[in-house]
Design a protein around this ligand. Structure first.
Ligand code: PLP
Length: 380
């Protein structure tokens, strides 16, 4: 295994040295004033990144934990809810809501298709409305990014509380929670927020808090009111992941210093560069060839090549970790993440390694052009 490693997956993602250094500081007590300073700043910055005046509730959990908080606060057992699903994470929310007794109506697409807000409008009409709908902004398993502004309009008009999975998209592509009228935004630390795994967050609108207050469903750790009440006093109801909060505060500061718009533009150009390099090699894209597909690029594995073999050579021989396909796409696609602490050289390194590894596997690819194409696309 090479000593130098390159992490090119859509989560966990590389963590900047400033963040790692902050996390390596000696432990402090979570009720002491010095921690509260980090905590209060971190909570305020999360609001800025989520574009909301509402509370962003922070949980010691992965993104799925924060998603479970949405289900137990918003879904009463037996109640009908809608889940828009076009990949692995949409499917997860179906199973999660079903586990808590919800009657889940699926608006189901083939993996790789882009969900449409008009279809949610039609589905809600067909079933006579639903109190809650779940939708994924960036379906990490396929590389598709959906138009959340359009989904929010439909949900608002129907009186449906919209929960958006922005685990891989927050701070990578635009999501204006308040301006678009999104009720709940879920995310996690280990993607574009440039922090190790372990923090989940739920940004909750006033309307969603009111909705939650009417829902009878057993909850304790995930009870939004417990966390909201504690955070109002710059406190946490349970011991928070002190080092992760301190690290994420630094990461959020870096994101805000770059500026959200600049960060979104960088992600667009990283996506363009990746797609241009892949196409220059003669490979075909599985994810859409469009600017908003700026989180992860999914590529069809060349004929006769199992993407698992490619990933193994990349990792074991060249120290480059990319992601494979999930579910039915296992072996058929590979995925290059470009969210968070990424620049052009991460993309050119990855493309070069893929080119070398595919040539070793005997794939029929064009060599020597991917990097030029990527640089040109990034700089255009
Ligand atoms: N939703 C999306 C879109 C994701 O990419 C992930 C990450 O793997 C999750 C949900 C699940 O998050 P976690 O693995 O942090 O529980």
């Amino acid at each position: 295994m090479p000593a130098k490693r390159y992490l090119m997956t859509p989560g966990p993602t590389p963590v900047p040295p400033q963040v790692l250094a902050a996390m390596a500081e000696p432990m402090i007590h979570h009720r002491a004033a010095d921690f509260r300073k980090h905590y209060g700043e971190c909570l305020a910055r999360l609001k800025q990144v989520t574009c909301t005046e509402s509370d962003v509730l922070l949980f010691t959990a992965s993104g799925t934990g924060a998603f479970e908080s949405a289900v137990v606060n918003l879904c009463a057992p037996g109640e009908r809810v809608v889940a828009v699903t076009a990949g692995s994470f949409g499917d997860r929310w179906v199973k999660l809501a079903q586990a808590f007794g919800a009657d889940v109506v699926q608006l189901k697409y083939a993996w790789g298709e882009t969900p449409q807000a008009a279809d949610l409008e039609a589905k809600l009409k067909e079933i006579g409305g639903a109190p809650v709908a779940f939708v994924v902004q960036s379906e990490t398993s396929t590389g598709v990014v959906s138009d959340i502004e359009a989904f929010a309009k439909v949900a608002q008009a129907a009186g449906t509380t919209l929960v958006v999975d922005a685990v891989s998209s927050l701070a990578a592509v635009p999501l204006e929670m308040d301006a678009w009228g999104v009720d709940v935004v879920i995310s996690g630390s280990q993607k574009a927020l440039m922090t190790p795994p372990g923090l989940g967050l739920a940004a909750v609108s006033q309307r969603a808090f009111e909705h939650a207050s009417r829902v009878k469903q057993p909850r304790f750790y995930w009870d939004w009111e417990k966390t909201r009440a504690a955070q109002a006093k710059v406190d946490a109801p349970f011991t928070p992941a002190v080092s992760l909060v301190i690290g994420m505060n630094v990461a959020l500061g870096m994101i805000l210093e770059e500026g959200l718009e600049t960060a979104f533009d960088r992600h667009v150009r990283l996506g363009r560069a990746t797609r241009a390099g892949i196409k220059a090699m003669g490979l075909t894209l599985f994810s859409p060839d469009e600017d908003r597909s700026a989180v992860v690029t999914a590529v069809n594995s060349p004929a006769g090549i199992d993407s698992g073999d490619l990933n193994k050579i990349l990792k074991d021989k060249y120290g480059v970790t990319i992601a494979g396909g999930q579910g039915d796409l296992k072996g058929k696609i590979f995925r290059i993440g470009h969210i968070g602490w990424f620049d052009l050289f991460d993309i050119t390194t990855t493309l070069t390694a893929i080119e070398i590894a595919l040539a070793e596997l005997g794939a029929d690819i064009v060599r020597g052009t991917a990097v030029n194409a990527a640089v040109a696309a990034f700089q255009a």
